[in-house]
Ligand binder design. Sequence first.
Ligand SMILES: *[C@@H]1O[C@H](CO)[C@@H](O)[C@H](O)[C@H]1NC(C)=O
Ligand SMILES: *[C@@H]1O[C@H](CO)[C@@H](O)[C@H](O)[C@H]1NC(C)=O
Ligand SMILES: *[C@@H]1O[C@H](CO)[C@@H](O)[C@H](O)[C@H]1NC(C)=O
Ligand SMILES: *[C@@H]1O[C@H](CO)[C@@H](O)[C@H](O)[C@H]1NC(C)=O
Length: 401
Amino acid sequence: MPAAAAKPPPSSLFPYLILLSILLLFLYSSLLSPPTAKTLSFHSTPCNLFSGKWVLQHPSTHKSLYNETCPFQRNAWNCLRNQRPNMGTINSYKWVPETCDLPRINPVKFLSLMRNKNIGFVGDSLNENFIVSFLCVLRAADSGAKKWKRKGAWRGGYFPKFNVTVAYHRAVLLANYRWQPKQSSVGEEEGVEGVYRVDVDIPAVDWANITKFYDVLIFNTGHWWGFDKFPKDRPLVFYRAGKPINPPLEMMDGLKVVLENMVSLIEKEVPSKTLKFWRLQSPRHFYGGEWNQNGSCLFDKPLQGEQLDLWFDPSNNGVNKEARQLNLLIQEALQGTSIQVLDLTHLSEFRADAHPAIWLGKKDAVAVWGQDCMHWCLPGVPDTWVDILSELIRNSFETRQ
Ligand SMILES: *[C@@H]1O[C@H](CO)[C@@H](O)[C@H](O)[C@H]1NC(C)=O
Ligand SMILES: *[C@@H]1O[C@H](CO)[C@@H](O)[C@H](O)[C@H]1NC(C)=O
Ligand SMILES: *[C@@H]1O[C@H](CO)[C@@H](O)[C@H](O)[C@H]1NC(C)=O
Ligand SMILES: *[C@@H]1O[C@H](CO)[C@@H](O)[C@H](O)[C@H]1NC(C)=O
């Protein structure tokens, strides 16, 4: 005879006692667990990592994985070495997505997952900023990391413990472009010294032949598409199939055509098993003027959410409007493709406090170049980009297996 059957029947109070204790347990546990501790699995519930807020943490709970001694550091972004004050505070803000927790990358686990695989970045110096952070973070798992500059890479690292290469190919417009001095046959316009010829259908040589080497590729282009890089007397002139496009395209229309061509080339040429990302614009934070008009970013805390539109909405016509403008063109070009959008713009918009500003490591740099309110201090905001990218890579490779 089962033991339970021998017990006396429960009193009528018994069910209520059970209910009460369940209720108390529930209240107790929900009081104890902090709201951000919930990590939602990607496999069950997709979480938008790009939408959330920055929350100041105690420095001991939100540590950088590297410092100024990282051999991959670039002087101008090495704010610790350049003695920017308050770097501890700058790096104590944690990005907290609305519906889940974004964990800090675990470099050992990540590199183990990536064993015998390679990650390539293609684009401008903001992607270089990104990869320097990535290299320094990953080095925490393999101190034998070596600099790697083969196959046309501008900068990179090899992690021998895991046989992983992470490298950056500089291609600021993505398409091939070259300087053509004024000749009798070109540059007929008055006052033009020459032109930059952009072949909209030809990728820059720096990355044209390397896409098959990589298992993950992260593209970007953006801040070179402006008149400070290509002024009216040295304009971009767009060519297709070796001939000038007629009528000539304005810069933004040229960008549109380049994006269309590069995106369709990536779709065609890059193996379908390669994981492809396109990083949206990194916002600039010049306050009070452009970079060459004493624009500055000496802020000691992130912007508030309600300030962002004032800074970045194109309808306010401010100096920092171009990130959102370019994003519209890029998103349009990416629609319906296999390239994932890495929308790091919004989270970065808050961080007016995290650029190198005047701490550039060279005495005359500010006098010559102005403050740097475009790139980011390292360690800094790109470490969060790394956390997000690695999470998305991890999710893709894990669900694939
Ligand atoms: C910087 O990081 C290295 C490890 O990469 C560590 O050995 C060193 O103690 C750190 N230095 C400081 C000042 O924290
Ligand atoms: C390292 O990875 C490459 C692929 O990137 C592979 O071809 C090569 O065989 C690997 N080497 C070793 C020693 O596993
Ligand atoms: C890329 O590869 C193609 C075909 O293999 C070759 O014709 C071309 O010269 C290569 N370009 C570069 C820049 O190496
Ligand atoms: C920038 O500041 C310097 C020094 O205060 C001043 O001489 C110069 O005129 C300013 N430039 C602009 C464009 O405002």
